[in-house]
Structures are given as C-alpha cells and as structure tokens.
Design a protein around this ligand. Structure first.
Ligand code: PHE
Length: 449
C-alpha cells in the first residue's frame, strides 16, 4: 500500500482545518443570515449550536478518520462489520460534489470582481450601472463559466501537490493574509459614520425572531460553516497525527470561525449604512451592495481589491477540503496516483459547476421544482444532506464504533482532554442525535413544536 500523507505540524493542522472552516460561509453568508434572523439572538443560538453540536460532531469525524486512516467511505467500512454504513461515506462524497459545484460559481464571481477591481471598472458606475453590469455578467454565460473553470483548475493544482506540500503549504500563506486583510477592513469600518448603525443591525438581539425554523437555519449555517456533516473532517482527520490534540484543534477553529464571521459583518454593514444603502440579502450583499460602496468610498479601489482577494482566499482554502474528500476516495479506492485522481475529479467538478453557472442565466431550463440548480444545490446541501450526514455520523461514533477505540482516538491515547471526553461522549450518544433528529423532523414538517 502506498504511504498516506499526514499534516506536517500542529500549527499547519490548525491552518488547514481553519482554512476549511473559514470560507464563503463566514464572509458571504453569515452576515446577512444573522442580520435577517434577529442579530445577536441568532448569534447566541449559533454559538450554542457550534459548541454543543457541531464541535462534538467535528471530534466524532476526526476520531473516525484518524482511527481508520482512510477516506470518508473506507473509514466506515473499516470500523464496522455492517457494510451499509459505508453509505454515510458515499453521502458525504456526494455532498462534497454538490457544495463544490455552487461554491465554485461564487468563488468565480469573486475572481471576476477581483479583476474588475484591479481594472477599476465599477469605480465609475452609478448604482443602476453596477446592477446592470452584475446582471449582464451573470447572464452572459461565458464570463461566469470561464471563471468557474479557472477556479476549479486552481483547486486541482493545489490538491494535486498533496496534503503537506499542497494544501498545508498553501493555507499557511493564505490564512495569515486573510487575517491581515480582515483586520484592515474592520479598522476602516470603525471610522465610518455608519459604524454604530451597522454594528447595531448585526448585533442587536431580537428574540422575537427565535423560532424552530430559525434554529434550523442556525444549525444549517453552523454545519456548513464548520465543514461538518459531510466527511471533510473525516478525510482531514485521517491526516492528523496520532499525538495531536483534537480538543485544541476543534476549539481553536470554532472560536476563529465565529470571530471571523462577526468581523466580516462588522466590515460590511457599517459601510452599507454609511452610504445610505439598505442591506440586501444573498449574493447581492457582497456583489452588488459592496461594489456600490467601494465606488463611493475614498480609497475604495484598494478596499475593493483587498476584499475580493479575501473572498477568493477564503473560498479556495475551503474548496480544497471539499475536493480532497473526493480525491482521497478516488485515489485510494481505484488505486490511482494523486495527480490522476485529482485530474478526474477536477474535470467532473468543472462539468457540474458549469451547469450551476448556466442555471442562473435567465430562461435557463436547468431548474428543479422551480429552483435553479445553483439555489437547489445550496439549499439541499445545508438543509438536508449535512444535517442527515451529521446525524448518521454521531450515531456511528456513539453507538457503532467500539467505545474504547473511540475514546482512545478522542483523547489521543489518553494524552488530552481526560475530563472532557466523558461528557463529550455522552453528548455524542444521546443529546446530539436527539437534537439533530428533532430539528430535522420539524424541518420536514413531521414534528411540531
Ligand atoms: N466551511 C466552509 C465555509 O464556511 C464551507 C465548507 C463546507 C467547506 C463543507 C468544506 C466542507 O465556507
């Protein structure tokens, strides 16, 4: 058997896992989801779900991957005699494809906007001009497709160099750069006239918005943002060294995740309010509202370049983890060299992502039940596939995997987290599956609170 890679250092491991966790979910999705769902009320529920459900789920994934030392599908096969559990691995691989397909489209837009920021294109346009420009770009077909293909190709290049020399090395440069950009943007935001109003929009608690549907939103956002429920953390877990501390990795990345999400909101909303624009939701916040603001702001072109560079870096450090799920599977199961496996997956993703980009053209027939493919993939993955995957993974970790093996992995052979391991194990067995199942059933309308 060929030797499997591992991460080089503890710091490298945090950069790689943190790279996966911090992504478009934090910068593009979190600010508007939080702003629309009751601000601080949403953030509190999100935090509770992160630490009570998603982080223990992340530990479960790390433990499964590190115990089996294999890809998402084979890990289940190795740890249980019951063959059908490998289906959870296949579900994860399918989810990684679905997410990667729409994710690459947004990342492709970020690249186009980066190019336009450098060229200064939208700096001369008024709001109506910027909107027309964005709509034309999305509808043009070839523009978005070209960028999607370029983005997926870049992913393929990073992944083809392997775990330590590709992904880890790349993230070690990209992550600190992202932090610097984000801090610069927040400092700038602090001095804008709309800082208070923007911060209030993001942070003012509105507890009347707390409903089961909102909690389910928070769960979906939390799984998506912490990259859990689909096998990415099983795959990455399989590269974590046996003596590395999972509690530290999980704790650090979970805290970084919320910090970056809130900082992104603080970088975006004050600017929105300072220029008298109302906060919109969805992709528009980043791709329509922000360019308007950059066009008006002193030094806006520099901030535009920095922001879209940040968005691109955040996207690619996450998307390589999605691609790695499929590449590890194909290379190990079909005994292919990493380069070949990566090439195959890259070509497949180019195909599915292109379909997502095409589905956004007006009049496109790529729709299912009234939703275009792009929206469908976005919804299906975080509302159904990840919660279902997460539920099955905690059941596997708590009830199927051997207890001593699981606890040994969780504590890195008794080295770390002695006192935490028992309550965490209890939660994984009882509280978490029940909580996810109840939320999931209420979402399906089978359970009413
Ligand atoms: N966590 C990433 C983000 O916030 C998205 C992602 C989901 C990455 C699942 C890997 C696995 O953007």
């Amino acid at each position: 058997m060929r030797k499997r890679g591992t991460f080089g250092s503890s710091l490298g491991t945090i950069m790689v896992v943190g790279g996966s966790v911090i992504g478009l979910g934090n910068i593009w999705r979190f600010p508007y989801v939080a702003g629309e769902n009751g601000g601080a009320a949403f953030i509190l529920i999100y935090l509770a779900i992160n630490f009570l459900i998603s982080v223990p789920l992340m530990f479960s994934e790390f433990s499964i991957g590190r115990a089996a030392k294999s890809n998402a599908m084979r890990s289940f096969r190795r740890l249980s005699p019951v063959k059908s559990w490998q289906g959870v691995g296949y579900l994860g691989i399918a989810t990684s494809f679905v997410i990667l397909s729409f994710y690459s489209v947004i990342a492709g837009w970020a690249l186009e906007f980066l190019r336009e920021s450098i060229a200064g294109t939208f700096m001369q346009l008024d709001p109506a001009g910027i909107k027309a420009h964005f709509d034309d770009f999305v509808a043009s077909g070839w523009g978005p497709i070209g960028w999607v293909i370029a983005f997926v190709a870049l992913n393929g290049i990073v992944v083809s160099f392997g775990i330590e020399k590709g992904i880890e090395r790349f993230n070690k440069t990209a992550m600190p750069m992202m932090l610097v950009i984000l801090v610069i943007m927040c400092i700038n935001s602090f001095f804008l006239s709309g800082f208070r109003e923007g911060a209030t929009f993001l942070l003012r608690p509105d507890f009347s918005k707390v409903t089961p549907a909102m909690i389910m939103q928070a769960l979906g956002q939390s799984f998506f943002s912490l990259s859990v429920g689909m096998g990415a953390m099983i795959t990455y877990g399989s590269y974590i060294k046996k003596d590395d501390n999972m509690f530290r990795i999980g704790g650090t990345v979970a805290i970084s995740d919320v910090t970056v999400a809130i900082l992104s909101g603080l970088a975006i909303f004050p600017a929105v309010f300072s220029y008298g624009i109302s906060p919109t939701s969805g992709p528009e916040l980043v791709f329509l509202t922000l360019p308007n603001i950059f066009a008006q702001m002193p030094g806006g072109q520099i901030f535009a370049i920095l922001f879209f560079l940040l968005l691109f870096a955040a996207a690619i450090t996450s998307s390589v983890s999605l691609m790695e799920v499929a590449v590890a599977y194909v290379s190990e199961e079909f005994r292919l060299r990493r380069r070949i496996a990566t090439l195959i997956i890259t070509l497949c993703v180019m195909g599915t992502a292109t379909l997502c980009a095409l589905s956004q053209m007006p009049g496109s027939s790529l729709t299912v039940a009234g939703q275009n493919l792009f929206d469908l993939f976005d919804n299906v993955s975080s509302t159904y596939m990840m919660p279902l995957g997460g539920l099955l993974i905690v059941i596997f970790a708590g009830w199927v995997m051997r207890r001593d093996l699981f606890l040994r992995e969780l504590t890195s052979n008794g080295r770390f987290g002695h006192r935490l391991s028992r309550p965490v194990y209890f939660m994984i067995r009882y509280a978490i599956p029940i909580a996810i199942a109840m939320l999931f059933l209420s979402k399906l309308g089978w359970l009413q609170f």
